[in-house]
Design a protein around this ligand. Structure first.
Ligand code: PLP
Length: 373
């Protein structure tokens, strides 16, 4: 059947004419760095996300680094962050001489547990950096409130959640990554809005932060050959911007298809006692960057192996929490029990907009077989 975790080939075949045309027009223009294609993508993303400023950059990790640099925190300052995430989130904090302070996640939503943040706030804390893991927003209303109370900045890692709506109690809704002071995303090929190479972007409604990000991403230059701060070189190239421009038009459709696939999985898996389905929270849309179930720890790796033998790929996001990585090991991070437990019980199944229902049925039948052995 050739089941894939992510199927970029089928998506390309659907959009081939448009994508080929967009690539050709960049080649014809000979403007490979910056220029109209990149600035058009930024404006289209501003409209899509209803945010004032979008700053494209080289990748999602750079986006986090640039956002943190723009906020200009003193070295030694503490940033509150989940440990149950991709390493880039904490890496950029550490790289800038700041200290990641890990907070446990909620066992059902997989995002930072807002009830455990307060205890980790110290006099050195400057920011909270929630990660909207697997495509569902963290509890931003509570995070914003806490941040106001303690005068902290909020940086959202929206690498997995682009397009997801966040719902406030008063009925307002905002797009993922545009709720805090600054948000970041990644256009890594397998992300919900993926390029054909690296890419990333920063979102903000703050004019000063936007200007700072723009300059930092371009060697700290206020104009060509005038650097007024230390920056980096982080560019989204025009070919990637052209491809993303085509795909952005279909992002809502892609996300809708992902949600439909998730419901199909729910229905096929719900009768299996050992499987815990991914929870949907009321305050966020779930755009299913990953469809991640929980199974008993003792059986998780065997299930993965069993599926692999039947040529069904699965992934573990993430097998080792950041606080247990050699580079980030902390003696005092012993209270991250949910994070540690989840790293042993989660397993992500194939999901992408083109996943056929026949594949889903086969996968779920195999999971059912495995647990009835
Ligand atoms: C993918 C990802 C990143 C990093 O993005 P790159 O474009 O690969 O640098 C950061 N955070 C999270 C949560 C991610 O999933």
């Amino acid at each position: 059947m050739n089941i894939k975790m992510v199927d970029l080939g089928s998506q390309y075949n659907r959009l081939k004419t448009e994508i080929d045309g967009a690539i050709q027009s960049v080649i014809d223009s000979q403007q490979f760095i910056g220029g109209k294609t990149v600035s058009e993508l930024a404006s289209n993303l501003e409209v899509y996300n209803k945010v004032k400023y979008v700053i494209p950059c080289g990748n999602g990790t750079d986006a986090l680094q640039i956002a943190l640099m723009a906020l200009d925190f003193k070295p030694g300052s503490e940033v509150i962050v989940p440990s149950f995430t991709f390493v880039a989130t904490a890496e950029t904090i550490a790289l800038l001489g700041l200290t990641p302070v890990f907070v446990d996640v909620d066992p059902d939503s997989f995002t930072i547990d807002i009830n455990k943040i307060k205890a980790k706030i110290s006099t050195k804390t400057v920011a909270i950096l929630p990660v909207h893991l697997y495509g569902q927003n963290a509890d931003m209303q509570a995070i914003i409130q806490l941040a106001k109370e303690y005068n902290l900045k909020v940086i959202e890692d929206a690498a997995q959640s682009i397009g997801s709506d966040y719902f406030f109690e008063d009925g307002r809704k905002l797009k993922s990554g545009t709720i805090g002071h600054i948000g970041t995303t990644s256009f890594f090929p397998s992300k919900n809005l993926g390029a054909y190479g690296d890419g990333g972007a920063i979102f903000t409604n703050d004019e000063n932060l936007a200007l700072a990000c723009k300059q930092i991403a371009n060697h700290g230059q206020s104009k060509k050959y005038f650097s007024n701060r230390v920056g980096i070189n982080s560019r989204l190239d025009a070919l990637q911007a052209a491809i993303l421009g085509v795909k952005l038009k279909y992002l809502d459709e892609f996300n809708k298809q992902r949600k439909q696939k998730a419901e199909v999985y729910d229905n096929l898996l719900k009768h299996i006692e050992e499987v815990t389905l991914p929870k949907r929270v009321g305050y966020s849309e779930h755009v299913f960057h990953q469809y991640t179930i929980k199974v008993p720890k003792a059986k998780r790796n065997d299930l993965k192996e069993f599926l692999l033998q039947k040529e069904v790929p699965t992934m573990i996001y993430y097998p080792v929490p950041i606080h247990q990585q050699a580079a980030y090991f902390k003696e005092d991070s012993i209270d991250l029990k949910i994070t540690e437990s989840l790293s042993q019980s989660v397993i992500s199944l194939p999901i992408h907009p083109d996943l056929p229902e026949t594949h889903q049925k086969l996968i779920c039948n195999l999971i059912s077989d495995f647990f009835s052995k």
